[in-house]
Design a protein around this ligand. Structure first.
Ligand code: ZN
Length: 360
């Protein structure tokens, strides 16, 4: 998740690549009110009070990317703190299972799976590329992250819940069919999409990705897959430097809609991009299952990019997406956490996103 410039008080640092950049010098996650708080699965006590279920797993906190890396466990701790609020008390929590090899191989090559698992160290952390680090529990965390998305699809496809949110890490949308990239090991949203199509028989599975970075991995995995749709809004000329308007998908494969937005884009242009381009294309596709790649790093406070969205924009977009799911997909939505690195903004965005999901 490289970007041309990162602004962190008191200095402004301009970089072309995070590869040559030390997180420890410029990025410090916001402190958590309770640093020891752990997000744990809870028994489903009130299944009729919420349309939403949350999938997570404590091992996602043990994916250690090193000191001061922006994709850190404090992100999930911040979300866990929000989920402890009374308003979310009755949202059921489920412990995410591990994805099976067969489920991973719908989206990735055997070589990719082997390379990820073989890279996991017995101690310390290992740098796989300039951005992506793994530690002893990272392989398990990645399998549970993918497994959360799969279990969420099963939950929603079978009508047990209307929708689901996966509060997991590592994120997935940069992981290509045969490559780790940008903090991502397995392509969680694409794995979920292919599971929805192949295991449950959905004919038109859409992924909408509002992370500030283009989901090159999801696009790569789904590119030749019939019955799929991938739309992304993202900052133009930012990592991973893909997602141009011309990337529309091959005949018979994925319908791809890319809307790059210039740095500095705020609510009005962002909402217009969805109202004028992405939502009409999604309506035309008429998805019978909708997956959201929910990255919140387009928030104005996020240090990793330069869009200027507010919490209300994520709430607005979630409402629009659920409206389309209500029309075409019998409300079936699975939302998978991607980016979001300013932990207070991330938590506020997730809370707003969840409130809309809870309305179904
Ligand atoms: Zn991102």
């Amino acid at each position: 998740m490289k970007c041309p410039a990162i602004t962190v008080a008191p200095a402004t640092i301009h970089i072309d690549s995070l590869s040559a950049f030390s997180y420890s010098k410029v990025y410090r996650p916001a402190p958590m009110p309770d640093p020891e708080r752990r997000q744990a699965a809870r028994p489903r006590e009130h299944p009729l009070l919420s349309s939403t279920v949350i999938y997570t797993h404590p091992i996602c906190l043990e994916h250690d990317t090193g000191e001061f890396h922006p994709e850190c466990a404090d992100r999930l701790r911040a979300i866990g703190h929000i989920l402890d609020r009374e308003e979310f008390m009755y949202v059921p929590r489920e412990e995410a299972p591990k994805a099976t090899l067969a489920q991973i191989l719908r989206a990735h090559t055997q070589d990719h799976y082997d390379q990820v698992m073989d890279s996991i160290p017995t101690e310390g952390s290992v740098e796989l590329d300039g951005d992506t680090f793994v530690s002893p529990r990272s392989g398990e965390a990645a399998l549970h992250s993918a497994g959360a998305a799969i279990a969420a699809v099963d939950e929603v496809a079978t009508g047990r819940s209307r929708n689901a949110f996966c509060a997991t890490r590592p994120p997935g949308h940069h992981a290509e069919r045969n490559a780790i990239m940008g903090f991502c090991l397995f392509s969680n949203a694409a794995i979920a999409a292919l599971h929805a199509r192949d295991q449950h028989g959905f004919k038109r599975v859409a992924v909408v990705d509002f992370d500030v970075h283009h989901g090159n991995g999801t696009q790569d995995v789904l590119w030749n897959e019939p019955g799929t749709f991938y739309a992304s809004s993202h900052q133009d000329d930012a990592f991973p430097y893909t997602g141009k308007v011309e990337e529309v998908g091959p005949p018979g494969g994925c319908t791809v809609v890319n809307v790059p937005l210039p740095a500095g884009t705020a609510s009005d242009v962002f909402r217009a991009a969805y109202t004028d381009i992405i939502l009409p294309k999604l309506e035309a596709f008429a998805p019978d299952f909708l997956i959201i790649s929910a990255g919140f790093d387009a928030h104005a406070a996020d240090p990793m990019a330069h869009l200027r969205l507010q919490v209300a924009d994520f709430e607005w977009l979630t409402q629009k997406l659920l409206g389309i799911a209500r029309t075409h997909a019998q409300r079936r939505v699975v939302s998978v956490l991607e980016g979001g690195y300013e932990t207070r903004a991330l938590a506020a965005c997730v809370a707003a996103h969840l409130r809309v999901l809870m309305e179904g």
